[in-house]
Design a protein around this ligand. Structure first.
Ligand code: KG4
Ligand code: ZN
Length: 347
């Protein structure tokens, strides 16, 4: 029987656990989201996140084993998110992974969270083939990468300040929406009238593949203040929806423009979209349309694998273990800050 990898994701506010078997695919996966706990504070509270991961990991491991009918003796390796992310939260996953692996006498492998996101579209059918361009859009990152294979990543461009997810979240906050703002803003934008407000598209024509989103939140703040002209009145629902629509349009416009430019620059015709913002329907339809027009194809992970999850970690772990990269050395560290290109295996 081929290897079964247990994957543990605990880098931020989601505990994700999964079992992946080479040749068979994903056997089971489970997710616990801490969103309700953090929303009271308007953002992730790192200490609360760590404590909650401690409570969730083992029960979720038991749950996926039960669902997949897999015993401890059948687990042949454990993959965990080693970084980037919140130090304490990462330590929970890393320590449980290494303790369990030591007890089972199986190898562990630390996975880069963004590599998990980057490879997650390969879990879908049809899957892209190497090489492809990946647009990684999450709460902490906005990057365009050229992906030649597992562990062969070249950065083409990235945000110089805020990430696309942050731009969604901060704008959402200014519109009085709860954390995490991205999905809430997208929902509100559905009843907005397109084109009523024009927001800036920072760096859209910069001639390179970098992004900048911090100016957008300043523009949204100004717009909210202007629309709120008596200083006291709360924005009416329609105005909030119109502004939400303009924010989404601006972010989607820049992302689509740069993603197409990356395909032109690399001469590739497959685009992979990964990370939480990849769940945005407007972004999906806009990318499919613009890339389709050029004769290219866009690949998305299933919606549940766009945002943080354990499946992408189990899967990336399985691919890396196939390259003989697992270790039976249970000393571990975590890397709250970690450049994706440092995980490259081929030069
Ligand atoms: O990849 P992810 O789950 O976590 C990180 O690694 O950061 O991404 C979370 C980000 C948040 O900023 C969230 O607001 C955004 O993805 N997001 C969305 C949508 N769903 C999640 N943004 C826009 N539209 C969505 N539907
Ligand atoms: Zn993520």
């Amino acid at each position: 029987m081929s290897l079964i990898t247990l994957g543990i994701e605990s880098s931020c506010d989601e505990t994700g656990i999964a079992l992946y078997q080479m040749g068979r695919g994903l056997l089971a996966h489970a997710l616990y989201t801490q969103v309700a706990m953090h929303s009271e504070y308007g953002g992730v509270v790192p200490e609360l996140a760590s404590r909650d991961h401690v409570r969730r990991v083992i029960p979720l491991v038991r749950q996926v084993m039960r669902e997949a009918d897999v015993s401890l003796a059948q687990i042949s390796a454990i993959a965990y998110t080693q970084g980037p992310g919140l130090g304490g939260a990462l330590l929970v996953g890393a320590s449980i992974a290494n303790a369990l692996a030591y007890a089972l006498d199986v190898p562990t492998i630390g996975i880069h969270h963004l590599e998990g996101h980057l490879l997650s579209p390969l879990l879908s059918d049809p899957a892209p083939e190497f090489p492809f361009v990946a647009l990684l859009v999450s709460g902490g990152h906005t990057q365009l990468m050229r992906v030649n294979g597992v562990g062969q990543y070249t950065l083409l461009g990235e945000t110089l300040d805020d990430a696309a997810g942050e731009a969604f979240d901060k704008s959402a906050k200014l519109l009085g929406l709860n954390y995490p703002g991205g999905p809430a803003l997208a929902k509100l934008a559905e009843s907005g009238r397109p084109g009523l407000y024009k927001l800036p598209r920072p760096m859209q024509h910069s001639g390179n593949l970098d992004f900048s989103f911090s100016g957008l939140k300043t523009a949204v703040l100004t717009l909210v203040k202007q629309s709120n002209n008596d200083g006291e009145k709360i924005l009416d629902e329609q105005t909030r929806a119109d502004i939400a629509c303009a924010v989404q349009e601006a972010i989607v416009d820049v992302l689509a423009h740069k993603a197409c430019a990356a395909l032109t620059q690399t001469g590739l015709n497959q685009l992979v979209v990964a990370g939480g913002v990849g769940a945005n329907q407007q972004l999906r339809s806009r990318l499919s349309e613009s890339v389709g027009k050029r004769g290219g194809t866009v690949f998305y992970p299933g919606l549940e694998f766009c945002t943080d999850n354990g499946a992408m970690i189990a899967f990336a772990g399985a691919l890396r273990l196939a390259q003989q990269q697992g270790k039976k050395d249970y000393r571990f560290n975590v890397k709250p800050r970690w450049d994706l290109q440092e995980v490259n295996t081929a030069k």
